[in-house]
Design a protein around this ligand. Structure first.
Ligand code: DX5
Ligand code: ZN
Length: 217
């Protein structure tokens, strides 16, 4: 099981300290939300900041691109230190080409679907990716409410991954808390992004341990 704190909810004036605290608290990956103000109605982080994140931790960086035409920026984010690059199926008319570009550039390829996008949007590339990310809120902001209607999609994807014997991580992102994590874990998710539930807590170690505990029951 992987717990990936999303720095979207951290104190950006103390970015390096916040990342160290998450790492010391037992995080597995650091999740970085990149938004362009077009694909989603918010603007966040570019490659230069990812470089700073890279310098602040030993942990793998799970970079989630919520941007149009992600193929234009994949190489830049990998050069900045991304371990995994996630692109949205909705932003990629040539999805197979785009995930291949990520792998060819040396990173893990993750394909993401919004709550309104069905599982079959990524079925054809399941064998060509390292991770599928199911959005459990509509992307753009931290602190939103978990959408329970996404659970069926997690179950469907877990079924396909199992049937085909694939080593694909199944990640969820949005509204993941101590109260919601058990349901997505039971549906088959094994990587969990959490922003507010970790960076909004006073003790990150306790928050991460509580999520891990709730996910394993
Ligand atoms: C939302 C981002 C998430 C966000 C999650 O668009 O992709 O990674 O930071 O934040 P919480 O855990 O607060 O819902
Ligand atoms: Zn994210």
């Amino acid at each position: 099981m992987k717990i990936a704190p999303s720095i979207l909810s951290c104190d950006f004036s103390r970015l390096a300290e916040e990342i160290s605290a998450a790492e010391d608290g037992g995080a597995d990956w650091i999740h970085v939300d990149v938004m362009d103000g077009h694909f989603v109605p918010n603007i966040t982080i570019g490659p230069r900041i990812v470089e700073a994140v890279r310098d602040a931790t030993q942990l793998p960086l799970d970079v989630h691109l919520m941007i149009e035409q992600p193929e234009r920026y994949i190489d830049a984010f990998i050069k900045s230190g991304a371990t995994t690059v996630g692109i949205h199926a909705e932003a990629c008319p040539h999805l197979h080409r785009t995930v291949a570009q990520i792998r060819e550039a040396g990173a893990r390829a993750s394909v993401t679907v919004n709550p309104g996008t069905p599982a079959n949007a990524v079925e054809a590339v399941l064998g060509d990716v390292d991770q599928v990310l199911v959005m459990t809120v509509n992307p753009g902001f931290g602190g939103q409410r978990f959408i329970a209607g996404t659970l069926a999609k997690v179950e469907t994807l877990r079924g396909w991954i199992r049937e085909r014997g694939l080593a694909v991580a199944l990640e969820v992102d949005g509204g993941i808390t101590e109260d919601t994590i058990a349901s997505v874990a039971r549906a088959g998710a094994n990587a969990f992004v959490a922003g507010t539930a970790i960076f909004g807590a006073t003790d990150y170690r306790e928050a991460i341990a509580a999520l891990r505990q709730a996910a394993s029951v």
